[in-house]
Write a protein that binds this ligand. Structure first.
Ligand code: AMP
Length: 177
């Protein structure tokens, strides 16, 4: 484990039984409170992705907006938000996917991605992979190419990574449990 991964793990707060019994929620808000660590996270993400010819960073609501936008700024490429249904004001593409209980729907503005653009999908945490796959489908519907997936935290025991390979073999997480 490198020093940054150790710092991330020492700073993230585990909240048991949130949002429901049996889930250990990885609370990343303490990372946001640590200015130097937050900067190091952005720097490390940028160092990893800087030679990947990315045209756009897509961030998934809402915790994917934080370092997703910082990363986009550092790489000097546009940032595009994917939001939950009904939040984006202009014409949008939608994608519905199954959750453990029920379903979720996420959206992207139709004009946010230009056909052929190489798009990185960023979120705070990869669990089962359902959310990241939904984002990848929206990128494809928009005419973009999925250039990779980026996370602060990967819960490897849920094997989300395996499902993402159908979209891109470029997958990076700063810390893995
Ligand atoms: P999944 O679609 O199962 O990969 O879940 C990923 C999404 O749910 C991400 O947007 C995460 O922020 C959130 N999430 C899932 N499990 C956790 C967890 N244990 N701690 C924090 N966030 C989680």
């Amino acid at each position: 484990m490198n020093n940054l991964e150790l710092q991330i793990k020492n700073t993230i707060r585990d909240v048991p039984d949130f949002p429901k019994p049996g889930i250990i929620f990885k609370d990343i808000t303490p990372l946001l409170s640590d200015v130097q660590l937050s900067k190091s996270i952005t720097d490390s993400l940028a160092a990893f992705w800087q030679n990947s010819n990315l045209d756009v960073i897509v961030g998934i609501e809402s915790r994917g907006f934080m370092w997703g936008h910082s990363l986009a700024q550092q790489l000097e490429v546009p940032f595009v938000p994917i939001r939950k249904k009904g939040k984006l004001p202009a014409e949008s593409h939608s994608f519905e996917y199954d959750l453990e209980y029920g379903s979720a729907e996420i959206e992207i503005h139709k004009d946010a991605i230009i056909g052929g653009q190489n798009v990185l999908i960023h979120d705070d945490l990869l669990a089962t992979g359902g959310t990241a796959i939904g984002a990848a489908e929206l990128v494809k519907i928009s005419g973009g190419k999925v250039g990779g997936f980026s996370f602060i935290v990967e819960l490897s025991f849920l094997s989300g990574r395996d499902k993402l390979e159908a979209y891109s073999n470029q997958m990076h997480a700063l810390s893995t449990y």
